[in-house]
Design a protein around this ligand. Sequence first.
Ligand SMILES: Cc1cc2nc3c(=O)[nH]c(=O)nc-3n(C[C@H](O)[C@H](O)[C@H](O)COP(=O)(O)O)c2cc1C
Length: 399
Amino acid sequence: MEHRIIVNPTLKIKEKLKTHSVQGDKIFHFSGLGSPAGVILLFMENGNEKPGYLPLAIGPLRIWPPVVLSPMAGVTNAAFRSLCAEFGAGLFVGEMVHARLLVEGDPYTVSLARFAPDEAVRSIQLYGTDPGEVAAAVRLLVAEHRVDHVDLNFGCPVRKVLKKGGGAALLLNLPLFARIVRAAVRAAGAVPVTVKFRMGVDAQRLTYLEAGQIAVAEGVAAITLHARTAEQLYSGNARWEAIARLKERVRDVPIIGNGDVRTADDALLLMRKTGCDGVGIGRGVLGRPWLFQQLSEAFNGLPVSSDPEMTGVVAVIKRHLRVECQYRPQAQVLRNFRKHLKWYLDNFAIPTAWWQRLFQADTLAELIATLNHLANTFGSHPNLHSRPFSIAGNESVEE
Ligand SMILES: Cc1cc2nc3c(=O)[nH]c(=O)nc-3n(C[C@H](O)[C@H](O)[C@H](O)COP(=O)(O)O)c2cc1C
């Protein structure tokens, strides 16, 4: 396959190209690092130009397409990860677990660290502020939970966590940040450790570039940047230009860009605009696990399928419920599932009475009967795609 590279003129980095030229069949010269910031790989196939993307390389893992289900507390459990993986490939990061509670054997925390029996890559996110505790938790995850990847959380914007010096506050204490990362990398052995952080605690204290360099020096295998400050929580637009800046600064490990990717087109655009090596997606998948199919299609150069209509969405909800029930009792599934129902069905104009029936279902059978009735009534109702990002209780989202 022939290929050539073009420069994204808006990023004004033409000189840098000289050190990154790709020739002949040496396209994998970039292996694991993707293209330098602002450079788009173009493959020529049968005389047609196609944007080219490389698998995301995290240590020994090769992720294709280069998409990551962002860890989301209360969402990215084994059931949700399995459901997403049924639609398309990627890296599916498990929800955050607290290092100390895991080491102490807290039953709820241990239950969060469960994996599906057939999960291809066992990936999990860890939160901790003490290097010793983090190292102990990593050793446990590697030895007993047989994880293939550990991500460290330095992005939590919740005020009470910040007050204790945890989450994004560690971006203000870079010596401690370095010690935590070092402890985790050493404890993980051959298992790759990655970090996920925001740009800083607030606009006056943007420390992500320095944090990125420190993380690389301590041996991380990749960095995810959620391009907002902790102060912003989820407001405003993600500052994708910060992702490009981090990519320019940090050359040695892949950069995963994160923030406001809702569609497969957004994912391609983020890669093209910033030169990042992979895309992390959080809220865009809530109630839309089929986005992973659309991402696979887009990255493989295929036409992207449309979002399902009501009947299709109801079929996915029922599948999701069945998978959830493999992990916990029905009553617990029903309680936790309300938020998912809201996310799945928000895009449809459903009369209020239907919401009440859905939320008040006492048993799984009753909920499924209501869903079937809903599908029969609204059948081919189109999915409106127009839902703006909104998550109930943003403030309390544990990140
Ligand atoms: C409900 C919810 C829970 C989240 N929990 C975590 C978490 O535990 N760890 C983390 O690093 N980020 C967490 N996040 C942040 C996401 O991983 C992601 O960085 C953020 O939502 C921005 O990406 P998006 O615009 O694609 O949603 C959470 C986000 C949401 C909406």
